[in-house]
Write a protein that binds this ligand. Sequence first.
Ligand code: SF4
Ligand code: SF4
Length: 299
Amino acid sequence: MNQKSQEIFGLIFNVQRFSIHDGPGIRTTVFFKGCPLRCFWCHNPEGLDLLPALQYWDHRCTRCGACVAACPHQLHHLEAGEHRIDRDRCAACFLCVDQCYSGALEPSGRRVRISELLPQLLADQPFFAASGGGVTLSGGEPLMQPQFARALLQACKQAGVHTAVQTCAQTSWAHLRSILPWVDLFLIDIKVLDPVMHEQCTGKSNRRILENVRRLADTSAPLVFRIPVIPGVNDRPETIAEIARFVATLRTPALTVELVPFHRLATDKYRSLGWTYEAADLCPLSAKAMDSLRAAARI
Ligand code: SF4
Ligand code: SF4
C-alpha cells in the first residue's frame, strides 16, 4: 500500500474490538458514517448521516454550565434545571465537548487516516489468528465512502487479516466491484422483497439492492445474509420464506441466512441526537416467534 493511500481520510463513529457478531471469530468492527437508507427501526442512528454530529446524554449532565460558556453560537441553554440545545444551528465544532468533563457531550463521527487506524486494528492480530477472526467494516454503509473502504480493506488484506464487509448493497456496482479483491466475506442485509414495502420502510426501492446481490453471487464471493426481523414489516413466516427462496436462487449459495431480532436498545441513541425514534413503540418478538421464523428461513 502506497503512501498516498495511507493518507486517505474516512469518517467513522466507532471502532469495536472483540466483536463476535460481525463475522467469524473475534473481530474488530469499524463503523462508517453515512447510509443511503433510512430504515425507521435503525439500530445505529449515529451512522445515518455522513457528517459529524453532537450527542448529548442527559443522565450524565451535571448542569455545570461549562458548555453554555464554550459554545460560540450560544446554542446550549440551562433553564429551570433543563438542558436544551438548539441543534439546528450546531456547527459540530465540538468546543463544548472539550469543556464537558462529565462525558454528557460526545462527538459522533471522527475523521481518521488509514495510517492512524490501521495500527489500531492490527494490534489485535493475535486474537484474529487464534480465533479465525479479522476486521469487519460496518456502519452506516461502508460503501458511502468507497475510496476509504477500499484502501482500508486493501491495507488489512496486505497485512494478512481476514476482511468482512457488512453492506445494505444500496450502492453502485462499480463500488462493490472495486472492493471485491480485498473482501473475504460479505454480510448482506436483506429487509423485505416487496419493493413497495421496502420503499415505505427504508425510503428506497430494493431494485438496485437485489440486482447487486445477484451480481455479487455471480462472482462466487462468499455471502452471509442477515434479515433484521421487524414487527409489522417482515415478521411473518411467509415473508421470511420469500427471502429465503430468493437467496436459494442465487448462483453462489449463501453460507448462512441469519435472522437478527429487533430490539429497542437504540432508543437512548436517538434521544442523544435529539431525534424521535419511530420504532420506540414496537415490541421485540418472543424467542418462540423467532424460532418459527428461523424454521421458515430453512426452506
Ligand atoms: S458541560 Fe457537560 S455537564 Fe456541564 S452543563 Fe454542559 S453538558 Fe452538562
Ligand atoms: S458543537 Fe460547537 S456549535 Fe455545536 S453546540 Fe457545541 S460548541 Fe456549539
